[in-house]
Ligand binder design. Structure first.
Ligand code: AHM
Ligand code: MG
Length: 470
């Protein structure tokens, strides 16, 4: 804790931008290190003096603080100041520096930051949204909405991380709590749903929400009502929770405008007409104005699109902010990984069996032998597919002709992201983004991934006559 406090104090002081830094000249070996500081470093600024005091009062903690500092600018600040400070303490500053090279911000490989001008500093999600809203005033309300969504993601990330400690693993009510789709709810399914719903409600920007854990769309009360409709899966892949494996929140945002209004007497007892009205507010994927996911894994990563490309932000636990780490994500045109639950193999169509067998044997279109990766958490599997390329699928089969994934809050938002990253998404015979939902929890088969991989599977379906419109 002490280390962390010093790290923060030093970071704040050096980041304040008022400390005048004088690069000390390291003299030849043998000369007194003490005299270097006395002769070469002026400490005129009170902030700089305070920083020096902090370093002198606990040098070991200060060294650890430096290694813990998250960002390049702060690292450099310390790097400039340290040699003289540690020289003053009779330490070998040079050798320490060699051990702890300044870190740089991790960025997604192969993409430039040209489109996103960070002016050399950290681009947080909040700042990114502010800048988007400044450029396009239509996005001002979206900015508020994203503030609420990122807050919910932070809360859920914290709950997921502490689930094993705080007795949040296992089934809701010890078992027997089943959602409208007949699935047993986990404790965290229910809590995450409440977190997400409240965040959206109090954003004041959402009129209706559709969630995997709600039987019917929920109308937000008038006091908070806003122009957007939000659909979400609060904790996708929650069957993995008890084993501390990746999970995620998926969200999609539709712009209903000011006109659409459903008059509901009693939310608990919707009649058919009220239900239809609410369902009509939910639209095909191509009408989404924003979509994304938060992945709770070794890092918490929020990946989103507002229809102009895909950006990924990693939660920096030291400052509690999502930081742009994956600007302008583009999925490779062709991958070498397939991600599918092969336990369903014997229920698949023969054409699909042959397609997967060919990938394994290196007899597909690319001629490459594919690897298999399957987490069983759509967010994790899609995130990897987005970064590495390949194909993720949950096809229909003999037991479940429409597959498992839900159109509104799984298929559509993920398809929007994939398409925005240069990939594709299909049921096998129909673009997922074109499908108009007929019910909130409608299931559809999904294949999504690299453009060439999706084209290949689409061809397989077409040649086998597996054409179906949803
Ligand atoms: P969930 O929303 O109930 O968690 O179910 C969706 C999940 C997806 O994350 C994942 O792709 C799929 O179910 C895995 O299903 P299976 O265990 O049948 O492979
Ligand atoms: Mg789900």
């Amino acid at each position: 804790m002490a280390v962390r406090n010093i790290a923060l104090a030093v970071a704040c002081l050096l980041h304040a931008g008022v400390a005048r830094r004088v690069q000390p000249e390291i003299k030849p070996e043998g000369e007194s290190q003490q005299s270097q500081l006395a002769g070469q470093v002026e400490l005129t600024n009170p902030v700089e003096k305070l920083a020096a005091l902090l370093l002198e009062s606990n040098p070991d903690a200060a060294w650890q603080a430096r290694t813990a500092l998250p960002h390049a600018g702060l690292q450099q600040g310390l790097a400039v100041n340290e040699p003289a400070r540690f020289a003053a303490l009779g330490r070998q500053a040079g050798s320490r520096q060699a051990v702890v090279p300044p870190r740089t911000l991790v960025r997604h490989q192969d993409v430039s930051m040209e489109d996103i001008d960070t002016h050399g500093s950290i681009m947080t999600l909040s700042r990114y949204m502010l800048e988007q809203a400044r450029k396009n005033t239509d996005l001002q309300e979206m900015e508020s909405l994203m503030t609420s969504i990122q807050f919910a993601c932070k809360q859920i990330a914290s709950l997921v991380a502490r689930a094993g400690i705080q007795d949040l693993t296992g089934l809701q009510e010890g078992g027997g709590s089943v959602n409208v789709q007949g699935e047993e709810q986990k404790k965290l399914d229910v809590i995450s749903n409440t977190v997400m719903k409240n965040a959206l409600r109090y954003s004041g920007k959402v009129g209706v929400v559709g969630s995997e854990e709600e039987d019917a769309p929920v109308l937000i009360e008038e006091a908070y009502n806003g122009r957007y409709a939000a659909v979400f899966d609060p904790l996708d892949g929650s069957s993995n929770i008890d084993a501390a494996i990746s999970t995620g929140t998926i969200f999609g945002i539709f712009d209903e405008g000011e006109d659409q209004e459903c008059i509901i007497d009693d939310m608990e007892n919707l009649d058919e007409a009220e239900m239809q009205c609410l369902v009509q507010t939910l639209q095909p994927g191509k009408s989404l104005v924003a979509a994304g996911y938060c992945m709770y894994s070794s890092s918490t990563i929020l990946v989103m699109t507002m229809g102009d490309g895909v950006n990924g932000f990693t939660l920096d636990p030291q400052i509690g902010e999502f930081v742009l780490t994956h600007p302008n994500i583009k999925i490779p045109k062709r991958g070498k990984i397939y991600s599918i639950n092969e336990a369903n193999y014997f229920d698949w169509e023969p054409a699909l069996q042959t397609y997967v067998n060919n990938l394994k044997a290196g007899k597909g279109e690319s001629g490459e032998k594919y690897s298999a990766r399957y987490i069983g958490s759509m967010v994790g599997d899609v995130h990897r597919t987005l970064l590495y390329g390949g194909i993720f699928g949950y096809p229909g089969d003999a037991k479940n002709p429409n597959g498992k994934l839900r159109l509104l809050y799984e298929g559509s938002p993920m398809s929007f992201l994939l398409e925005q990253a240069g990939g594709k998404s299909t049921t096998g015979s129909q673009r997922v983004m074109d499908i108009v939902p007929t019910s909130v929890h409608q299931r559809i088969p999904v294949f999504l991934g690299s453009a060439d991989d999706i084209d290949e599977v689409t061809k397989v379906y077409k040649e086998a006559g597996l054409v179906k419109n949803y």
